[in-house]
Design a protein around this ligand. Structure first.
Ligand code: FCB
Length: 416
């Protein structure tokens, strides 16, 4: 029996997860490593987004310390990304030192008994690739494929799970649809082109990995959201249903046969009866994200939504990993409730036949939250950006108990 530190209630409503379940946290290179100077984001930041990533969390030099923390918090899995801009800083030139670096990073996880989820693309691009038109051009996909093949050869025996692409739809929309990420296009047709090219990039990456390591496990990490419409307009009902399908599962539909597992990044709840469906929706969400620390967490706190997205994945008959789920909460007021709530609903999906095998909380440490800079604090571990000291937040200890016992204890009989 475990006491919930928030309510002080003792409860025996424990929900056990299957043996071998993976518990950990997720991150991405640009957001934590620091000095990603060869990337398109770096040069964009210099040109004037809110804040530049600078040394970020200096994870590049402190990965041992960070993995010690993960280990001390009983985590047995960790998601990170390999930065393409470091490995191939100029077209066709592989950087041996950087390859060596990532081999050390992966060895460091292995020596602690932590399984690795390795993302091959998490939003950032080598500047030279971006200058050639990035993922907007189908003729550029060969460069990504070549990079993936190199990674499979160099890191193959050290990686447990490969994540080909991260949140392709979120990227296409943010960088090409509403244009608040580089290259800041606002062009719907470009956004669609990028999205479909990322589907193709994923398929090529999947084939390339399997070509080198036939037994590898590879899949995408997809942003999925709970999408509702409570109104009565039949056209809207139909429109929202189609939108939900497109948003959450079009990538899987288009890449059927090309994934061994499904990675789910779950953050959002969109109620389209409240938000008019327009190009502005994302902007509103972005604004909410900036305000959420002040005004409560609105769209970001809807644990039941995780169940809703998971349950619809049954037909694919594939293992599912939650590859991201978390909340910006600098004061750590709500993170414990957030974790317990989401895991309770995830457990319900398990009970109803979803082959859920792991949960990776976003994120191990605070980090650079893209165009929002360092303000949103997603870490189980707080970073003091002046000293780069790490401090474990109380909610991280609650999660550590979950990781240790393979059990979530919630005060509620049924997740509400
Ligand atoms: C996801 C991104 C991740 C992080 C979280 C908060 O959409 O994949 O890099 O920024 O949001």
């Amino acid at each position: 029996m475990i006491a919930s530190s928030k309510t002080g209630l003792k409860s025996n409503l424990s929900k056990r997860f299957p043996q071998g379940f993976l518990w950990g946290s997720a991150s991405s290179a640009h957001q934590v490593e620091g000095n990603n100077v060869g990337s398109d984001w770096w040069s964009w930041e210099e040109g004037g987004c809110l804040e530049s990533s600078g040394v970020a969390c200096d994870h590049y030099h402190r990965f041992e310390e960070d993995f010690d923390l993960a280990k001390s918090l009983n985590q047995n899995a960790h998601r990170l990304s390999i930065e393409w801009a470091r490995i191939e800083p100029e077209e066709g030139r592989w950087d041996g030192e950087e390859i060596k670096h990532y081999r050390q990073v992966l060895d460091s996880l292995r020596s602690r008994g932590i399984k690795s989820f390795v993302s091959l693309w998490h939003f950032t691009l080598p500047l030279w690739f971006a200058q050639k038109g990035g993922f907007e051009k189908a003729s550029n996909l060969k460069y990504f494929e070549r990079f993936v093949r190199l990674c499979a050869r160099e890191f193959g025996e050290k990686v447990n799970f490969w994540i080909t692409v991260n949140e392709p739809l979120g990227y296409a929309w943010s960088a090409y649809g509403v244009g608040f990420w580089p290259p800041q296009k606002k062009h719907l047709a470009s956004a669609f082109r990028v999205y479909f090219n990322l589907v193709r990039a994923h398929r090529k990456a999947y084939r390339a990995i399997k070509g080198v390591i036939p037994r590898a496990e590879a899949g995408p990490a997809l942003n999925m959201a709970a999408i509702h419409y409570h109104g009565k307009n039949p056209l809207m009902v139909l429109g929202v249903r189609s939108f939900e399908r497109f948003f959450n599962r079009s990538f899987l539909f288009l890449s059927r046969g090309f994934f061994d597992f499904i990675g789910v990044n779950y953050y959002f709840h969109h109620d389209l009866s409240l938000n008019s469906f327009s190009l502005e929706v994302n902007k509103k969400l972005a604004e909410q994200m900036m305000l959420m620390e002040k005004k409560g967490h609105g769209s970001f706190f809807y644990p039941r939504g995780l169940y809703e997205v998971l349950i619809k994945l049954k037909k694919y008959r594939k293992p599912v990993y939650i590859t991201e789920n978390g909340i910006a909460d600098a004061k750590d007021k709500i993170r414990e409730k957030f974790i317990v709530g989401h895991l309770s609903w995830a457990h319900k999906a398990l009970g109803e036949g979803i082959d859920l095998r792991g949960y990776l909380h976003w994120s191990l440490t605070d980090n650079f939250e893209w165009a929002f800079g360092f303000k949103p604090r997603f870490g189980l571990v707080e970073i003091d950006y002046k000293t780069l000291k790490r401090r474990v937040r109380p909610s991280a200890q609650v999660y550590a108990q979950v990781c240790k016992t393979n059990t979530v204890v919630s005060d509620v009989q049924k997740p509400a």
